[in-house]
Design a protein around this ligand. Structure first.
Ligand code: ISJ
Length: 243
């Protein structure tokens, strides 16, 4: 949401941001698909872990985690920002800051997603560029999934009378039903598949039907993982909304 704060916070603007974030996610996956799995990067002690930790320390100093849209993968012991915190009124309920499901995201990314998008072959030695591309994918996915906090905030503000009883009753299923819009989800799955076709095609031979990342994988990624986790974040946020 940034500086503009409440004025721009509505379901339409939040959904628009999610649509734009699809581009970032798909392009980052296309970048990762240049490299094979490169599993040495993930062996203990993990070079990827080190790469993310050090990158996050640098970005924390530059103020990345001042933004409520950003959640670190290794939030413990990050250095403080060099900038003063923003003066505008926070959009989210303060307890939203305690929701961080990056461990889940990291785990699923490593185990399930990399094998689906990585290039053929097992190791090309490009560990640093592969790690940089893993970080880009992870940050884009994490931002999208944690954006559920903003979606939930908007939905709550639009109809507190519907959400309040379910929050007070800690009714997770009821909250899930209230915040779900199946037609929106179906449209997202179709759109990301189409984007993967357009962004990942061979522009010289579009008829070849080869894509840098399989469009079906992207729509599966959204349907089975990104959307369910965004909804999980929404429920977790709403449960704390009246604390
Ligand atoms: C994000 C929203 O909430 C839910 C989650 C969605 C998602 O993660 O893409 C889509 C539709 C809703 O079921 C929304 O309503 O836009």
């Amino acid at each position: 949401m940034g500086e503009e704060g409440d004025r721009l916070l509505n379901l339409e603007s939040v959904r628009k941001s999610l649509v734009r974030q699809e581009d970032t996610i798909i392009f980052s996956l296309i970048e990762r698909s240049k490299y094979p799995i490169n599993s040495r990067l993930y062996h203990q002690p993990s070079l990827l872990h080190f790469f993310i930790n050090e990158s996050e320390a640098l970005q924390a100093k530059a103020g990345r985690y001042i933004s409520p849209e950003e959640n670190a993968f290794f939030p413990d012991s990050l250095p403080p920002p060099m900038l003063p915190p923003p003066k505008h009124k926070p959009v989210l309920h303060p307890s939203g800051a305690s929701i961080n499901i990056n461990e889940k995201i990291f785990d699923h990314y490593l185990k399930t997603l990399i094998p689906l998008v990585a290039a053929e072959g097992s190791d090309d030695g490009n560990y640093a560029t592969t790690a940089a591309s893993d970080l880009a994918c992870l940050q884009a996915l994490s931002r999208r999934i944690h954006f559920g906090k903003f979606v939930a905030e908007v939905k709550f503000r639009d109809s507190p009378q519907d959400y309040t009883p379910a929050i007070l009753a800690k009714d997770k299923e009821g909250l899930m039903a209230l915040l779900t819009f199946e037609s929106v989800e179906e449209a997202i799955k179709k759109r990301v598949e189409k984007k993967a076709m357009v962004f990942g095609q061979d522009v010289e031979k579009p008829e070849s039907g080869t894509y840098k990342v399989k469009p079906a994988v992207v729509s599966q990624l959204y349907g089975e993982w990104v959307i369910p986790l965004t909804k999980f974040v929404q429920v977790e946020y709403l449960l704390r909304r009246l604390d």
